[in-house]
Ligand binder design. Structure first.
Ligand code: PMP
Ligand code: GLN
Length: 381
């Protein structure tokens, strides 16, 4: 009998699955896994329903529904000044995570190194390792989760193939600024590396900050795979639809991997989203909408013993709990779910060595009453 040698021996069930499972078991308010609990826009549901009724129900072309790629090229031009060819530089994918995985699989060979900034979204490291490549972990600065560029420069070796960036950042809500772009340019002038830019929270950016998309910078875009998710833009994380933008030569290779994995994505959703993308306000007002939620959550949390860190974007904000407990963050998160009825994500889950910063991540992309109910429970601790 063959013995299966695991390609990912250190990997277990994701923290999101674990905490959402516990939340259901203990009927806790779920501020853990990042998904909105408010309804998505009914007009988009209608547009997709209409597409099904009009019989857009067979395979879409492998790179995606062309009118959707054209609409995305227009959006990228108007938001970021990017000049993209929809036919050769945009590929529709089943979600942002798949786009990142496919980009990494496209470029990596065994032994290659990829710089990953920690805390990091949980899929990056397994995506690297499953390709036989090596994650080189560089911690973000502790006080504000900005990029520690001297440490990044020190982590570069002749085998460095790529760096993964994520702005706005999960789990911390930190965003890249102009000076990060300058540093990134220095990095690529030293070594010819690829950039995997996870921009699924592109519109969820607060306080008038600008999203420094790789799409703004032709010299960076020429070596980038820029990954997006419609789930985060249209409050439909369960649809698992996203896209990857990369220069034609990179996209050509990306599609070789994609076409024998997924081939093409759900057609009616692509047709419906194409129509819905015409309404620019739908995505332009997102930052303000989520900022109001962040601010409401911060205000409510004043009545608890948690000390919130800064969040400038994403669905998330982190909080310390030193006034309440000195438990490990994972133990505390489990106890909070069981005893207080509020599920969160322990930030140690975003570190490969499980480093305990005594921080929990809260998702504030929730109805106001959900946030109020959660904080009422937290205030009683
Ligand atoms: N990157 C980050 C940082 C995320 O938080 C998410 C959220 N799930 C994704 C990628 C992937 O999005 P999707 O659900 O479209 O795969
Ligand atoms: N992106 C979501 C989060 O960070 C979860 C996605 C997932 O469950 N894999 O909470």
């Amino acid at each position: 009998m063959q013995i299966l040698r695991s390609k990912l021996p250190r990997v277990g069930t994701t923290i999101f699955t674990t905490m959402s499972g516990l939340a259901t078991e203990y009927k806790a308010v779920n501020l853990g896994q990042g998904f909105p609990d408010f309804p998505m826009n009914g007009k988009l549901v209608e547009a997709v329903t209409k597409a099904m009724q009009q019989d857009f129900n067979q395979y879409a072309p492998m790179p995606g529904w062309l009118p959707l790629r054209e609409a995305l090229a227009e959006k990228a031009a108007s938001l970021y000044g990017a000049s993209l060819h929809p036919d050769t530089e945009i590929t529709i994918t089943p979600g942002g995570t798949y786009a990142i995985y496919t980009a990494l699989t496209t470029i990596l060979s065994p032994g290659d190194e990829v710089i990953v900034l920690e805390p990091a979204y949980d899929s990056y490291v397994p995506n690297i390792e499953v390709n036989g490549a090596i994650p080189v972990l560089v911690p973000l600065n502790g006080h504000d989760f900005s990029v520690n560029w001297p440490a990044v420069h020190a982590a570069v070796s002749p085998r460095t193939k790529a760096i993964i960036l994520n702005s706005p950042h999960n789990p911390t809500g930190a965003v890249l600024g102009e000076s990060d772009i300058t540093e990134l340019r220095k990095l690529i002038s030293r070594q010819d590396i690829f950039i995997i830019s996870d921009e699924v929270y592109e519109h969820l950016i607060f306080d008038g900050k600008v999203h420094h998309s790789m799409l703004r910078y032709p010299d960076l875009l020429e070596r980038s795979f820029v990954c997006f998710s419609f789930g985060k833009v249209y409050h439909c994380t369960g649809w698992k639809l996203g896209y990857c933008i990369a220069p034609a030569a990179l996209t050509k290779e990306f599609r070789k991997v994609h076409q024998f994995n997924c081939f093409s994505c759900h057609t009616p959703s692509q047709v419906g989203i194409t129509e819905f993308l015409k309404d620019r306000e739908e995505y332009l007002q997102l930052g303000v909408f989520l900022q109001e939620k962040r601010d409401r959550f911060i205000e409510l949390m004043r009545h608890t013993g948690f000390s919130l860190r800064t969040s400038s974007g994403s669905y998330f904000i982190c909080a310390g709990y030193e006034k309440i407990s000195d438990e490990r963050d994972s133990d505390f998160a489990i106890r909070l779910t069981r005893e207080a009825g509020v599920a969160t994500i322990p930030v140690s889950a975003f570190y490969q060595d499980g480093a305990d910063q005594k921080l929990l991540r809260f998702c504030f992309a929730k109805k106001n009453e959900t946030l109020e109910q959660a904080v009422e429970r937290l205030a009683s601790l």
